[in-house]
Ligand binder design. Structure first.
Ligand code: BGC
Length: 355
């Protein structure tokens, strides 16, 4: 800026104003500006069937934020991973989150602000690219062992999470608990799920909530779910890893799984079983008029790639044919569709998901 211009347009008026009003020049240049909100909050009821389409082709960022601390299981999220999924044509992300190692043990169970910042970052990586994202509560193992001792903490964490994200748009979904199992039996879970939905509804009357059945979200336990009457804004989820001896061969956390190494998939009988099992899920959904999200499915990297490709393709297509959205397990670890060390897709798996 030329000196004369600056003197007449900036410095002189500033001095005059300061003399007249006793104010400093800096005050004039920092008049408060109202910034537009980043997202549009949800202001009207949603159709969960329409929301479910936003999750049509999703991927789980497993082994990152549900490790006790991010990075401890070998994966730290980066913006480019979201970019890769977006460019490959995926519509959504399921973000497994272990809140329980980042919250106080005693009431009010305060969640660490730094952890919230990290989850905000991940959520916004998805939303800013136009992708939907489900945040869940993953690996809250204590509640599966001793449900009554952890119920208040479970609800207390959700009260905070719901409040924190209440202004976020409809493309953010909440999934209160991954794979209820063991002592969190179906009578208890039906009670807890009603309570956690009520807690979320205090601050998020219109957000879509994802709920799955007991027995590790088994499709065969959908019929054990009792959902709160009048609560329509739900997507029901189940996980599909059948045949388990194929998908979990050689997986260290599945006991005896070394004996299953070499199991292949792809016979006509395999296909019939798959269709029959997904049909059970579809029938439940039709009878109960609920949208279905197959929130996890995948085959571990110890199975042969050809069988993994055939299985992944078949499961994805059979789910799509039954109007189910899906979330592949997972992006970059043992079930990976992306090879992080080589920075390239496992193309047979990517093509199986997005032909
Ligand atoms: C578990 C993971 C596991 C995957 C497949 C998920 O729900 O949280 O730890 O790798 O299922 O077994």
């Amino acid at each position: 800026m030329p000196l004369f211009y600056r003197w007449t347009t900036v410095i002189l008026p500033c001095l005059v104003a300061a003399l007249l009003a006793g104010s400093g020049c800096e005050k004039q240049s920092t008049a408060p500006k109202k910034s537009a909100p980043k997202y549009q909050p949800i202001t009207a009821p949603l159709d969960p069937f329409a929301v479910n389409q936003r999750l049509a082709k999703s991927v789980n960022f497993g082994n990152a934020l549900e490790a006790p601390n991010e990075g401890e299981w070998g994966l730290t999220l980066e913006a480019r991973y979201f970019q890769l999924l977006d460019e490959a044509g995926f519509s959504g992300i399921r973000l497994p989150v272990r809140w329980s190692t980042h919250a106080q043990n005693a009431s009010p169970y305060t969640i660490s602000p730094a952890f919230f910042d990290r989850i905000d970052w991940a959520v916004e990586q998805a939303l800013d690219r136009g992708m939907a994202i489900v945040i869940n509560m993953h690996h809250y193992e204590e509640i599966f062992t001793d449900p009554p001792s952890h119920k208040e903490r479970f609800l207390g964490m959700w009260r905070q999470i719901a409040e924190h994200y209440k202004e976020y748009p409809a493309d953010l979904l909440f999934e209160p608990l991954n794979e209820p199992n063991t002592n969190l039996t179906s009578p208890l879970w039906n009670q807890y799920l009603a309570e956690v939905i009520a807690v979320i509804r205090e601050s998020n009357p219109y957000r879509t909530i994802v709920i799955g059945p007991v027995d590790w979200n088994s499709y065969a336990s959908l019929n054990k779910l009792v959902l709160p009457a009048g609560e329509n804004n739900l997507i029901i989820t189940f996980h599909y890893y059948n045949p388990f001896h194929f998908t979990h061969q050689g997986a260290s956390w599945a006991s005896g799984s070394d004996a299953w190494l070499g199991t292949t998939w792809g016979s006509a009988a395999d296909m019939t079983t798959l269709q029959n099992e997904l049909e059970v899920a579809r029938n439940w959904a039709r009878t109960n008029n609920r949208p279905l999200f197959m929130g996890e499915f995948g085959a571990f990297n110890k199975a042969d790639m050809n069988s993994r490709k055939l299985w992944t393709e078949a499961v994805a297509r059979q789910a799509e044919n039954r109007a189910m959205s899906w979330g592949y397990w997972e992006f970059g670890s043992g079930f990976a569709i992306y090879n992080l060390s080589k920075n390239e897709w496992y193309l047979p798996l990517l093509k199986a998901l997005i032909p």
